[in-house]
Ligand binder design. Sequence first.
Ligand code: IPE
Ligand code: IPE
Ligand code: MG
Length: 251
Amino acid sequence: MTVRTESSQPQSKQLTQGSSKVPIHVAIIMDGNGRWAQKRGLPRLAGHRMGVDCIHGVLDTLGQKGVKYVTLYAFSTENWNRPPDEVEGILELMLEALQEQTQTLHENNVQILHIGKADRLSPQLEQAVNHAQELTCGNTGVTLNFAFDYGGRDEILEAVKQVIRDQVPAEDIDEAMFSKYLFTAHCPDPDLIIRTGGELRISNFLLWQSAYSEYYHTSTLWPDLDSAELERVLEAFSNRQRRFGRVTPEA
Ligand code: IPE
Ligand code: IPE
Ligand code: MG
């Protein structure tokens, strides 16, 4: 289930559509499900359910705008510390979502890839993930990186261990080479990271890959993020000046 390829990484440069710059890779910290439910007097799990339901619309909007890779942070390595009932409920929802939505995503030419630890998934979830990956592996539309049991520190440590196992000489280790040991070896670094739910932190998400990502925070709770707001986010991205350490913006 890990996604480590030897292919070279596509350039992390945004596309231009009309006069707008479109991010190639958008990564989203989908936060705020619990508060969305609590505001309505519902159990937290109702918020997670709504959070899963709105993924489809977000993917559609991003795909239509020309985004090629979408990474969704669905469950972190730290989320196991939640109450067992909530964890259990989220795992069930993930299984249900994969079983119900894989076919539609496949028909929409979406390629589904799991990023994160693969060794703590239940056999059923592992099977559903493998099925989704195998079914959609030839698709050429949006690539959906589904970050589940994902932690940036864990990813980096696992990559370091693998580099050591492969006995790579120290002088051969550089940034491009190391990136190929990460779960995201198949895609460019995220151009844009969106966090819903109002928190101003990274919560162990894409620590290596986000070195030069643009950040966008919104207090909107994940289940409330609609296509109008998403379009405003893309518009804001399009007006950012990315300098990558230079004095003048990237051409
Ligand atoms: C994000 O929503 C989903 C997961 C982390 C699984 P939260 O469940 O963190 O929602 P809030 O932050 O409590 O509102
Ligand atoms: C981040 O949200 C993880 C996901 C969205 C999957 P959390 O709600 O777990 O983040 P913290 O705990 O507030 O940092
Ligand atoms: Mg949260």
